[in-house]
Design a binder for this molecule. Structure first.
Ligand code: FE
Ligand code: FE
Ligand code: ZN
Length: 288
């Protein structure tokens, strides 16, 4: 799973997949991805609402690694449970988040050099500034020099005091983290649209703003979703590709953009496998 090789390959072939269930193990996920012409995928490390993770099955992981190498799957993206909130007002919720995050990062080393996506967190009772301090504090406690996993902070729609609706929020978290070499960003197209960035008529401008505040070199993955709501709605309701307010053309333009086209793209649209297969084939047909 060499990063350099997949980076070069990404220029010729769109690296795209969708969110898949881990319930049948790693190998089955990779096989499901290949069955819909995906060459990457995302999965929850455990039940999305939290709870215990399954024991690591080394035979499954070995079979998975061999299968991925043969199929040209170089990058996968794990997603932290939704319930993790590194900046919850509730101390117990914060310490639970810390424990799950620490455990997930240990488990991720069984599939080294991959990415782990995290909603930064926040709450409406305290300001964004205080949340940013708390998120950075947990990240400083949990990141280790030896880890090979890159933790991606996801751009958010800005519901209920969430950190990450502004690129500036994420830049402030990153600049407070000592081992910031282990941090990257995942841009969710539905979230940035709902947060107010005009990625339909002003993609270059939005990316310039990203570059000025965070630096485009931090951007390592894209969640490719349409949005049910108007720009700036702060709602976070995903739509199928082409069935929302962003639209197919704007999303296809995102996959083709010179600053983005090498990145892995993940669909988190309301679909089962056949619906994902259809979105992947339409987006591949438009990738030039
Ligand atoms: Fe997410
Ligand atoms: Fe997302
Ligand atoms: Zn979302």
């Amino acid at each position: 799973m060499a990063r350099a090789a997949s980076f070069v390959e990404g220029y010729r072939h769109l690296t795209i997949g969708c969110h898949l269930s881990i319930s049948k193990g790693y190998l089955k996920m990779a096989q499901a991805a290949v069955s819909i012409d995906a060459n990457t995928f995302q999965f929850f490390t455990r039940n999305p609402r939290g709870g215990a993770a399954k024991a690591i099955d080394h035979k499954d992981i070995d079979a998975f690694a061999a299968y991925c190498a043969g199929q040209g799957i170089h990058r996968v993206l794990a997603h932290a449970p939704y319930t993790l909130n590194l900046a919850s007002a509730n101390e117990q919720v914060r310490s639970f988040a810390f424990e799950v995050l620490a455990d997930d990062l240990l488990r991720m080393e069984h599939t080294p050099h991959q990415m782990y996506n995290l909603h930064p967190g926040g709450n409406s009772r305290q300001g964004i500034a205080e949340s940013i301090e708390q998120i950075a504090e947990v990240l400083n406690a949990v990141l280790s020099p030896e880890q090979t996993t890159t933790v991606l902070l996801e751009t958010m729609a800005g519901k209920g005091g969430e950190v990450g609706a502004s690129f500036c929020d994420l830049a402030q978290v990153i600049e407070r983290v000592e081992l910031d070499g282990h941090l990257g960003v995942c841009l969710d197209t539905c979230h940035v649209w709902d947060a107010g960035y005009d990625i339909v008529n002003g993609l270059d401008g939005a990316l310039e703003e990203f570059d000025r505040s965070i630096g485009l070199e931090r951007l390592q993955a894209v969640h490719l979703n349409d949005s049910l709501n108007e720009r700036g709605s702060h709602k976070d309701r995903h739509a199928k590709i082409g069935a929302g307010r962003i639209g197919f053309e704007a999303l296809a333009a995102i996959t083709n953009h010179p600053a983005l086209r090498h990145l892995p793209f993940y669909l988190e649209t309301p679909n089962e496998l056949p619906g994902y297969a259809d979105e992947i084939s339409r987006l591949r047909a438009r990738y030039t």
